[in-house]
Design a protein around this ligand. Structure first.
Ligand SMILES: Nc1nc2c(c(=O)[nH]1)N[C@H]1C(S)=C(S)[C@@H](COP(=O)(O)O)O[C@H]1N2
Ligand SMILES: [Mo]
Length: 308
């Protein structure tokens, strides 16, 4: 499913990593955006010695500037240019994530414990938004399964429910979001345990900017972007399919599974193609966003039109 042509020599292979990360950020920040360049921290990126992941795509990465200034984060405004302007009010310390529900060892994990729980990897994933655009992002994190294993799910655990932080003072635009907050999402347990499902704490070798879901989010590369819930404070293992924000708002248009599928159109537009941000031409969208080898077997025998 994931067809890779001639291996691309990444600059990371010929340049010391810290130099490369800073240069990459510098370059991506300098594409005509002087203001951002001035404010971008050019100091050493926070994470070093990141493990390379076998799941990395070799497609060109979307510039840092684009990934961090064209966002979807309704708590900080409903248009794509608002989160970068308004997410500064989010307080990411102290921060804890409660892991509870159908588990033998419930835990409240402080963000600093989360950062040290397992070796951090760089995961360069394609990310496909339900609205038809896509990006390639070098995320930082580790498999969510690392945390789920440690809390020991009971035999009743069938799904995982996630909840974002919500605070009206820090997120004054939340009341105009037009969706119920806090933002909630969910996965089937096997989807949550899949090694591709990332507990994400950074991008481009650095910590997550607030607008991208600081200090910790989930990234699920074979599903539409709205499944990748930001700024999480709760992970609850449950026995029934949990509610998910866009399904609550419009169950006709947004299903629970929301696997990227070029054959199942959104009621109001086609999902057959996508525009990679920065590209002029659209490209075909791949089944499971190109991650079929890793995930298709989880859906054998399921009617993906019914479970869209
Ligand atoms: N809490 C929360 N999480 C969220 C959203 C949101 O509005 N609130 N938007 C989702 C959508 S629709 C997308 S496409 C991705 C965007 O992630 P990015 O801004 O890092 O690219 O975040 C998802 N997670
Ligand atoms: Mo999205």
């Amino acid at each position: 499913m994931l067809i890779q042509t001639a291996p691309r020599i990444r600059s990371s292979e010929i340049t010391p990593r810290s130099v490369y990360l800073n240069r990459r950020r510098f370059l991506s920040g300098s594409l005509g955006f002087g203001a951002v360049l001035a404010s971008a921290p050019l100091a050493e990126a926070k994470f070093s010695g990141l493990k390379e992941s076998p799941f990395n795509t070799t497609e060109p990465e979307t510039p840092y500037k684009v990934v961090t200034s064209y966002n979807n984060y309704y708590e900080f405004g409903t248009s794509k240019d608002q989160p970068v302007k308004y997410a500064g009010t989010l307080q990411t310390r102290p921060w804890a994530v409660q892991v509870e529900g159908e588990v033998s060892k419930p835990q409240t994990l402080d963000i600093d414990a989360i950062l040290k729980l397992a070796p951090l990897e760089e995961r360069i994933y394609r990310h496909r938004c339900v609205e038809g655009w896509s990006i390639v992002v070098p995320w930082v994190g580790y498999s969510l399964s690392e945390i789920l294993r440690r809390v020991e799910p009971t035999s009743k655990a069938k799904f995982v429910a996630f909840q974002s932080f919500y605070n009206a003072k820090q997120m004054p635009l939340g009341r105009y979001a037009g969706i119920q907050l806090p933002y909630v999402e969910g996965l089937r347990l096997d989807e949550a345990m899949n090694p591709l499902t990332l507990l994400c704490v950074g991008l481009y070798g650095d910590i997550l900017p607030n607008q991208n879901g600081a200090p910790v989010r989930i990234v699920i590369p074979w599903k539409y972007g709205f499944k990748s819930i930001k700024s999480i404070v709760k992970i609850k293992l449950v026995d029934k399919q949990p509610p998910s924000t866009w399904n609550i708002e419009n169950s006709h248009e947004y299903g629970f599974y929301s696997n990227v599928n070029p054959q199942v159109d959104h009621p109001r537009w086609s999902q057959a193609t996508e525009r990679r941000l920065g590209d002029f031409f659209k490209r075909p969208t791949l089944m499971f966003n190109g991650y079929g080898d890793q995930v298709a077997s989880m859906y054998t025998g399921m009617d993906l039109r019914k479970y869209f």
